[in-house]
Design a protein around this ligand. Structure first.
Ligand code: FAD
Length: 445
């Protein structure tokens, strides 16, 4: 039994490692060093293109929980990170060259993996394939992907608005309503007086922005222009754009305020809200400083801050099924950042799952899905259940997990309880996978 994996980055290497554990032969296709994206520069596999950190290790951070799940289930990426870790306080940071070398050595030494250096320019019509070509997928392959997904479902930039943890929004200030009462009480609305608005726009104009890298000079479409760019067009631009107050009377005065910031429910469990139309390139400290000036958001905790990047990704809730297969081409699985997860660890975790799902199907089994209480399940849930009309990449965070029964715990306690619940739910699922794995290997012998 054989599968092809396109791209030997974090997701592709992890997917290959999980597939060979089921006895599958893997053809792994990587375009480096014949072609490099604008951010890759090493011939080694699983290159970390920017920071050398795989972020927090503690269980109060959902990425810590995700890493622990991966560690317990035999992830190659986490094994390599543990083996090449450098001191970084509470984070898992690595010696990037040693990390990539470790993975390259493991992959090239494995008897079931055939690594070929070649740019893939078309998607195969048949044969189990995992597409793991990353956020900087080569142009020709992107064109092929556009044909598969349709123009409207493949994006080349993310335009991410900040996401706020629901219980940190002051609902004595922000009120629930939709514009003109259409659509019920779906939004939370933060009111700004003229003074609030003037102060906010002035702060926005003076705030520090992240400089785009050369290959990231963005063409701003009207629909996803950063707020600071809109503010620079004129003092009232925001109040006629994403901050327009019309149709939103404040219940305390009966009149619309001078300006409004709308927060839209961002996940099924209503634990996260995004700031509508607030995509931005402000630096993270500046975003925290400015957005906590907004009435109702003084104590806001951000599950994700805004950003705009070059990033190829598909509209996963529209294009993929629950096991990461393209609905119109089920022999092709997607893995890594291209699915709309965000971050090194999340990309590797997604590769981990795609490798397992594809291996199960190749060996004639239906793949068990990780429970939604686990970090693996929460990440998959984002890809399956996020609103397809506003889909944007996402890091793993506890807002994606189902809420705990019985409220009123402190935030850290709540997070630790979610991690405990996740790690308790993991073994049953993993045992099922191990059984399928040993049956597959036994029938192969
Ligand atoms: P990649 O690791 O990029 O792997 C994809 C592989 O596919 C590459 O080796 C590429 O050469 C190959 N490939 C592409 N097209 C083809 C083709 N046609 N044929 C064959 N091979 C092909 N996340 C963080 O957590 N921290 C960060 O600091 C961070 N910085 C980032 C900086 C930049 C500039 C970018 C673009 C992203 C960054 N990310 C960061 C986001 C993301 O975590 C990484 O991009 C991550 O490497 C994604 O993993 P992946 O396996 O999906 O893709």
């Amino acid at each position: 039994m054989k599968m092809t994996i396109i791209g030997a980055g974090l997701a592709g290497c992890e997917a290959a490692w999980q597939a060979v554990a089921h006895g599958i032969h893997v053809q792994l296709l990587e375009m480096k060093p014949l072609h490099f994206s604008a951010a890759h520069e090493s011939a080694d596999l699983a290159e970390l293109v920017c920071s050398n950190s795989l972020r927090g290790s503690g269980m109060n951070n959902a990425v810590g929980c995700l890493k622990e799940e991966m560690r317990r289930c035999g992830s190659l990426i986490i094994e390599a990170a543990d083996a090449t870790a450098v001191p970084a306080g509470g984070a898992l940071a690595v010696d990037r060259d040693a990390f990539s070398r470790y993975i390259t050595d493991k992959i090239t030494a494995h008897p079931l993996i055939e690594l070929q250096r070649a740019e893939v320019t078309a998607l195969p019509d048949q044969g189990t394939t995992i597409l793991a070509s990353g956020p900087l997928t080569s142009e020709r392959l992107s064109a092929a992907l556009t044909e598969l997904t349709g123009n409207a479902h493949l994006y080349f930039y993310d335009a991410i608005a900040p996401i706020i943890e629901a219980d940190s929004i002051d609902t004595s200030v922000a009120w629930r309503a939709s514009r003109y009462g259409r659509g019920g009480d779906d939004y939370l609305n933060c009111p700004l007086s003229k003074e609030d608005y003037d102060r906010f726009v002035a702060a926005l104009l003076g705030a520090d922005k992240v400089a785009g890298r050369e290959f990231e000079q963005l063409t701003h479409f009207e629909g996803c222009m950063p707020i600071e760019e809109m503010a620079a067009r004129g003092h009232q631009t925001l109040s006629f754009g994403p901050m327009k107050p019309v149709g939103l009377p404040d219940p305390r005065t009966g009149r619309p305020p001078y300006a409004v910031i709308q927060l839209r429910q961002d996940n099924r469990h209503a634990t996260l809200y995004n700031m509508v139309g607030f995509q931005t390139r402000l630096t993270y400290p500046e975003q925290k400083r400015l957005f906590t000036m907004i009435p109702g958001l003084g104590q806001a905790r951000f599950a994700r801050l805004g950003s705009m990047h070059r990033n190829t990704f598909i509209n996963a809730p529209r294009c993929l099924n629950q096991t990461l297969q393209f609905q119109h081409a089920p022999h092709i699985y997607a893995a890594g950042q291209i699915t709309g997860v965000e971050g090194y660890v999340e990309s590797a975790a997604c590769g981990f799952l795609a490798g397992l799902f594809a291996a199960c199907h190749l060996t004639g089994n239906s793949a068990p899905i990780p429970p939604e209480e686990t970090a693996f399940g929460a990440l998959l849930g984002h890809l399956a259940n996020a609103d397809p009309d506003n889909f944007q990449p996402m890091n793993v965070n506890y807002g994606l997990f189902p809420p705990l029964q019985g409220g009123r715990r402190k935030r850290t306690e709540r997070r630790l309880a979610m991690a405990e619940r996740a790690l308790a739910a993991l073994p049953d699922w993993w045992q099922q996978m191990l059984m399928l794995r040993s049956t597959a290997k036994a029938s192969d012998n």
